[in-house]
Design a protein around this ligand. Structure first.
Ligand code: CND
Ligand code: ZN
Ligand code: ZN
Length: 376
């Protein structure tokens, strides 16, 4: 029986309050309104950003359905949708690309004005939600919400991908891989022969290493307090790996020592802590070094820095979704992954049924997973 036009009852993982667990409950998902798309989720990755939401580090409206790295099939479309049709394999876009706003039109921009990342309202463009639990609305997260069997997104926030794309690896293109790879190739524009330092070797940091390597960096230094991440980092292109816990000196001074006092050409913070953001900035060359902030800073965080760190010529940049344009770039990255242009195998360490979502987050907390993909 077709579900099109009807409310769908399905399972979703809701966070009811900051620091609360993911509770799997039955929700109602309303049909898509005009220019909206209802998607049956097939698989969804667990990203540290979802943990930030659960932990209350990123400000959102609760109750909320997190999840933003997924692959699904279009179940039905609202009036006026032309970019996808029922049956299409798609990736929901945690950073939409409306194509009409100034950041979408600027070749260097990608922070589409339709993005809910900074506003964190958790609702559709008309101010309402398509999710409800026991008759009360539930918020969405970064224009997507994928920890649910069905979700509704605006047509600005969905892109069709190759129908043969394998679910687990294509999920990575919805956030982790694209964000890390783009941070190196698009935001930093890493140059051949350069030296790079990557702080944080998780599901986003490791793709930064892949991006540095494909850009021709000759030296890539991985930094993590969890040495279990070192073998994968080396497999993907890190030339050396170090743990800050092994040194008495601050890690930025260690990196200066390792580079004859010059500092690295490019540094990337892929953890989300202000102290490592400052260390990454201070470890790049004081004149022409570029430091990229990829880790999501907590909403309430503030930093105090000497202006002299920037005065001498360093560049400090931020990078959401790797600076990539989601609708344009994701389908190409999916194809490149299918053509084995990147080694994605080590990135998906666990595949679990959706019901085991809390187990998936446990693996992340314990540092035992890179990406866990939940299958519906
Ligand atoms: P994940 O937890 O997999 O990796 C983080 C790594 O950092 C782990 O290996 C930790 O052991 C390591 N680490 C923690 N503390 C330290 C420390 N003090 N020094 C060195 N290493 C440390 O997380 P992830 O890779 O999924 O995400 C990383 C960050 O990227 C996180 O803040 C997430 O929210 C953010 C992010 C940003 C974007 C974007 O668009 N900019 C998109 N998705 C995720
Ligand atoms: Zn836009
Ligand atoms: Zn993410």
């Amino acid at each position: 029986m077709s579900t099109s036009g009807n409310v769908i009852k399905c399972k979703a993982a809701i966070v009811f309050e900051a620091k609360g667990p993911f509770k799997i409950v039955e929700i109602e998902v309303a049909p898509p309104k005009a220019h909206e798309v209802r998607i049956k989720i097939l698989g969804t990755g667990i990203c540290r950003t979802d943990e930030h939401v659960q932990a209350g580090a990123i400000k959102v409206n609760y109750p909320v359905i997190p999840g933003h790295e997924a692959v699904g099939i279009v179940e039905s479309i609202g009036e006026g949708v032309t970019c996808v049709k029922p049956g299409d394999k798609v990736i929901p876009l945690c950073l939409p690309q409306c194509g009409r706003c100034p950041p979408c039109k600027n070749p260097e921009g990608n922070m589409c004005q339709k993005s809910d990342f900074l506003t964190a309202k958790g609702v559709m463009y008309d101010g309402t939600s398509r999710f409800s639990y026991k008759g009360k609305p539930v918020h969405n997260f970064v224009n997507t919400s994928t920890f649910t069997e069905y979700t509704v997104v605006h047509e600005d926030a969905v892109v069709k991908i190759d129908p043969a794309a394998p679910i687990e690896k294509a999920c990575l293109m919805g956030c982790g891989f694209s964000t890390g790879y783009g941070a190196a190739t698009k935001t930093a524009k890493v140059t051949p022969g350069s030296t790079c330092a990557v702080f944080g070797l998780g599901g986003v940091g490791l793709p930064v290493i892949i991006g540095c390597k494909t850009s021709g960096a000759s030296r890539i230094i991985g930094i993590d307090i969890n040495k279990a991440k070192f073998p994968i980092a080396k497999e993907l292109g890190a030339t050396e790996c170090i743990s800050p816990l092994d040194f008495k000196k601050p890690i930025n001074e260690v990196l200066l020592d390792m580079t004859d006092g010059e500092g690295v050409d490019y540094s990337f913070e892929v953890i989300g802590h202000t102290d490592t953001m400052a260390a990454a900035l201070a470890s790049c060359n004081l004149n022409y070094g570029v430091s990229v902030m990829v880790g999501v800073p907590p909403s309430a965080a503030e930093m105090t820095l000497s202006p002299r760190l920037i005065f001498t010529g360093r560049t400090w940049k931020g990078s959401v979704f790797g600076g990539l344009k989601s609708k344009d770039d994701i389908p190409k990255l999916v194809l490149a992954g299918m053509e084995k242009k990147f080694n994605l195998d080590p990135l998906v360490t666990h595949v679990l049924p959706f019901e085991k979502i809390n187990e998936g987050f446990e693996l992340l907390h314990k540092g035992q997973s890179i990406r866990t993909v939940l299958k519906m």
